[in-house]
Design a protein around this ligand. Structure first.
Ligand SMILES: Cc1ncc(COP(=O)(O)O)c(C=O)c1O
Length: 391
C-alpha cells in the first residue's frame, strides 16, 4: 500500500497546485531536487571534473539502478538527455537496406514518425502504418499479416502522448521476435507508470525520458539496447565518450550501450535521475500502476457525468492519461481556465501528436494525467471547475 500523505509531503509541488500534467512533466520529490542541488554545490566548490571523480561510484550506480528497474544489465543502458534524443541515437544507427519496410503503429510520436518518413525518403525504405483494432490499439492480426523478412524495424509507442490507451507491447514483441526485424519501443509515457521488464516485452531497444512518470529532472533519459545487438550497431555519430582512443587512427567503440553516449553530460541531472529511479524502485510497481489507473478511471467516470463533456480515451487497458473535450467550449479555453484555478492540465493536438496520423482536423483535447500523489479530492475539484465553467 502506498502512503499517499507521505508521498505528498515529500513532493513540494503538491502543496500549491493540482498538478495533472504528469504526462508532460511530473513533480519530483524533495530528495531528488536536493540531490541535484547538492551535486551542483559540489561542482561549484570543487570544479566539475573533480566533483565527477568524487562522485564516481554514485554516478556509475545510475546504470545499475536503471537496469534493476527494467530488468536489464547495466551495460545495456546508455544515458541520454531526453526520449527523442535516445530514439534518434538508435534509429539513425540501424543498418537499413534500400527496399526494406518499417512498420509502425498509429500512435507513434510525431517526431519519431517524421524521422522515419524523412529517412525512408532518403534511403528508399517503405513505411507501413499498421491500423488500430476496434479498441484503438495496434491491430495484432494486421501486424502479423505484414511481418515478413523484408521488415527491418517495428516501432511502437507503448503509451501514446495523447490518449489513455496502452498498446499491447509484449504481444507485439512476441510476434516480432520470430522475424529478423528490430523492435524499438518508445516507453516515454510508460516507464515510471507501468512495470517495465525488457525481457517480457521482447524489445531490442527501449527509450524513455526522465521527467515524466519517473519524476526525474528535465534533461534526462535513457536508451536500452539488448546485449547481443550492441556490438552489431555502430552509432551514427561517435564521440569520445563512447569509445577508447588508442592512437591516431586506432580507436574502439565501447562494447556496451555507452557507445551511444557523449563525453560531456550533466552529472547533476544524472544524480537526480538515479535518485528518482531508486525512489521508484523502493515503491511496489504494481501498487503504482494500480493507484494511477484507479484515479484515472475515477476521473473518466466523473467527467462522463458532466454535461457536454466527451471522454476520448480508447484502449482495452487504460493508463493515467485522461483526454476529453467539451462540445461547446474549446479545449484551449478549458486549459487556460483551469490554470487560472491552479489546476495544471495540457492541450493535446491530434494532428501534431500522432495518435491518428491522418486526423489533422480532429478537435483539440484537454489532457489530464494522474500520478500517485494525486487524490480523489483533486479530481473532484477539477470536475467542479469544469462543471461551473462558462464560455
Ligand atoms: C510517447 C512519447 N514519445 C516521445 C516523446 C518525446 O519525449 P522527449 O520530449 O523527452 O523527447 C513524448 C513526449 O511527450 C511522448 O509522449
Amino acid at each position: 500500500m502506498l502512503n499517499i500523505d507521505q508521498l505528498r509531503q515529500e513532493t513540494p509541488g503538491c502543496q500549491t497546485y493540482i498538478h495533472l500534467n504528469n504526462a508532460g512533466g511530473a513533480l519530483p520529490t524533495r530528495s531528488t531536487v536536493e540531490a541535484v542541488k547538492e551535486y551542483l554545490d559540489l561542482e561549484a566548490s570543487l570544479g566539475c571534473y573533480e566533483a565527477a571523480e568524487a562522485k564516481k561510484q554514485e554516478l556509475e550506480a545510475t546504470y545499475r539502478s536503471i537496469a534493476t528497474m527494467i530488468n536489464a544489465h547495466p551495460d545495456e543502458i546508455a544515458l541520454q538527455t531526453n526520449a527523442t534524443c535516445a530514439w534518434h541515437s538508435i534509429f539513425y544507427a540501424l543498418p537499413f537496406q534500400a527496399g526494406e519496410r518499417i512498420l509502425i503503429g498509429r500512435s507513434e510520436y510525431i517526431s519519431n514518425y517524421l524521422s522515419i518518413v524523412s529517412h525512408a525518403r532518403q534511403h528508399n525504405l517503405r513505411v507501413h502504418i499498421i491500423d488500430d483494432d476496434a479498441h484503438g490499439v495496434i491491430d495484432l492480426h494486421q501486424l502479423k499479416h505484414h511481418l515478413d523478412d523484408d521488415v527491418a524495424l517495428v516501432a511502437l509507442a507503448h503509451i501514446p502522448t495523447n490518449n489513455g490507451l496502452i498498446n499491447p507491447a509484449p504481444e507485439v514483441g512476441a510476434l516480432v521476435k520470430n522475424y529478423r526485424a528490430f523492435y524499438l519501443l518508445d516507453a516515454c509515457q510508460s516507464v515510471g507508470q507501468l512495470p517495465i521488464d525488457v525481457r517480457q516485452l521482447h524489445c531490442d531497444f527501449l527509450i524513455t525520458t526522465g521527467r515524466k512518470y519517473l519524476r526525474a529532472p528535465r534533461g534526462t533519459g535513457f536508451l536500452y539496447i539488448r546485449r547481443p545487438l550492441i556490438s552489431q550497431i555502430h552509432p551514427a555519430r561517435i564521440d569520445l565518450g563512447g569509445l577508447q582512443w588508442y592512437s591516431t587512427n586506432d580507436y574502439q567503440l565501447l562494447n556496451s550501450a555507452r557507445r551511444f553516449e557523449t563525453f560531456e553530460t550533466n552529472k547533476a541531472l544524472q544524480i537526480g535521475l538515479k535518485m528518482a529511479v531508486d525512489q521508484y524502485c523502493a515503491l511496489k510497481s504494481t501498487s503504482i500502476v494500480q493507484r494511477i489507473q484507479t484515479l484515472a478511471a475515477s476521473l473518466r467516470t466523473q467527467l462522463s457525468q458532466i454535461n457536454d463533456i466527451q471522454v476520448c480515451d480508447r484502449g482495452k487497458e487504460q493508463c493515467g492519461i485522461v483526454t476529453f473535450c467539451h462540445l461547446n467550449i474549446s479545449s484551449e479555453h478549458m486549459v487556460h481556465f483551469l490554470t487560472q484555478h491552479k489546476v495544471h492540465t495540457s492541450l493535446t493536438i491530434d494532428g501534431l501528436t500522432g495518435i491518428n496520423l491522418d486526423s489533422r482536423h480532429a478537435p483539440n483535447k484537454v489532457r489530464a494525467s494522474l500520478h500517485i500523489y494525486n487524490t480523489e479530492k483533486e479530481i473532484e475539484q477539477l470536475c467542479h471547475h469544469i462543471t461551473h465553467m462558462r464560455l
